[in-house]
Write a protein of this length. Structure first.
Length: 384
């Protein structure tokens, strides 16, 4: 049996004035709610929860049930408690079964994946074993080829050593000959420089003589062909024309004269068959001479002989990796013709331990130097 209001088996039944039987707990609950809703001036009104009739609080009586009904109620309470426990246990077991089912499904999926992975691993291992066998066979073949190649290389090295010894002996012989030829070439270069200096000196003397003879011819003869030494007035009056003729004759070449009247005067003079052509800046000389009062002017002073070329000897030990040519001979290395830089600006390119190559960034001249032995000392020497 259960209360018609709260649907629970009551511990104590009570009877209200309307005749309904409900549990004592529900009656007390309604009385408390009525007391809460009332105001201070209104009386407490309690209504039946089933029929909503007014209940007299003083007329609520306790209902005494028979013993059989009490036992049945007690059994019902115990059965209800057991049923509630069974429901809770069933709910807990259902959750566990559901979780176990999910875990079993996950384990089945993992097992399937593991089987597939195992199959793939077996296939991979089989392929790797086949590749290992192939690589082992290739390694064995390469080892045999390497052994054969090593034997051939050893034979070739022995042959090259013999050829190197022969070549070294020949190179030493050629080096000795080259050193002798190098010394001879230096001597010949010195002689050639001296010849050039002599030729320039004779060329300067020849130009001076021609200039003096032209000035003498222009100063001694007038356009009419008579001498002008007897009239000082005529000489002073023609000073400007003489200076003009002198300037025009100085700018002409040695083999062509300024005026046609001086040709018959210069024709008996012995002239050189062929004058050497100068190739340096010393060939262009500007000579200033005054008008001579003598019939035959004195010969000009000979220029001093040029100094011998300066062959600077630089040892390899003093400068193992030079940044510029060690040789300072102006005939071997001419002046830089570039208008951008003042002098050479060298750049080392394509050099090694025994040969140095220098290139000027201005005039692009290339100078090569190599190691050479002089009196048992290693020095830098220009390569022709």
């Amino acid at each position: 049996m259960s209360c018609p209001t709260c649907r629970r088996p009551p511990e104590t039944w009570v009877s209200v004035t309307c005749g309904h039987i409900i549990c004592e707990q529900c009656v007390r609950k309604h009385i408390q709610q009525a007391e809460t809703r009332r105001t201070h001036s209104e009386p407490i009104v309690v209504c039946c929860p089933l029929c909503n009739d007014e209940i007299d609080r003083t007329n609520i009586r306790k209902v005494i049930l028979p013993r059989e009904l009490q036992d049945l109620t007690s059994n019902y309470k115990a059965t209800s408690l057991n049923l509630e426990r069974s429901r809770l246990l069933h709910k807990t077991l259902s959750k566990r079964i559901k979780a176990s089912s999910k875990q079993a499904a996950r384990l089945d999926s993992e097992l399937l994946n593991s089987r597939q992975t195992h199959t793939e691993l077996e296939t991979t291992i089989t392929n790797l074993q086949a590749q290992l066998d192939e690589i082992t066979a290739q390694f064995e073949r390469a080892r045999l080829d390497l052994s054969q190649t090593r034997i051939e290389r050893e034979a070739e090295v022995a042959r090259l050593k013999a050829e190197l010894q022969t070549t070294t002996h020949q190179a030493r012989t050629q080096s000795t000959v080259a050193s002798a030829l190098g010394l001879r070439s230096l001597v010949l270069e010195d002689e050639l420089v001296e010849k050039r200096v002599d030729a320039e000196r004779w060329q300067a003397r020849y130009e001076q003589l021609v200039t003096d003879i032209q000035q003498f011819a222009i100063g001694r003869f007038t356009p009419s062909g008579s001498l002008e030494g007897g009239s000082s007035r005529r000489q002073s009056g023609n000073s400007d024309s003489v200076s003009n003729r002198r300037r025009s004759s100085a700018s002409s070449t040695p083999n062509s004269y300024a005026t046609p009247r001086s040709i018959h005067l210069l024709s008996p003079l012995p002239l050189p068959l062929q004058s050497p052509t100068p190739s340096s800046r010393h060939s262009i000389r500007s000579v200033r001479s005054t008008r001579s009062t003598h019939l035959y002017p004195s010969p000009p002073h000979s220029p001093p002989p040029a100094a011998a070329p300066n062959h600077t000897i630089v040892t390899v030990a003093a400068n193992p990796k030079p940044k510029a040519p060690c040789v300072t001979d102006p005939y071997t290395i001419p002046e830089c013709t570039s208008t951008v830089h003042n002098g050479h600006r060298w750049m080392t390119k394509g050099s090694n331990g025994s040969v140095r190559k220098y290139t000027c960034t201005g005039c692009e001249i290339v100078v090569k130097e190599k190691k050479a032995q002089r009196d048992g000392v290693s020095v830098w020497e220009t390569v022709a």
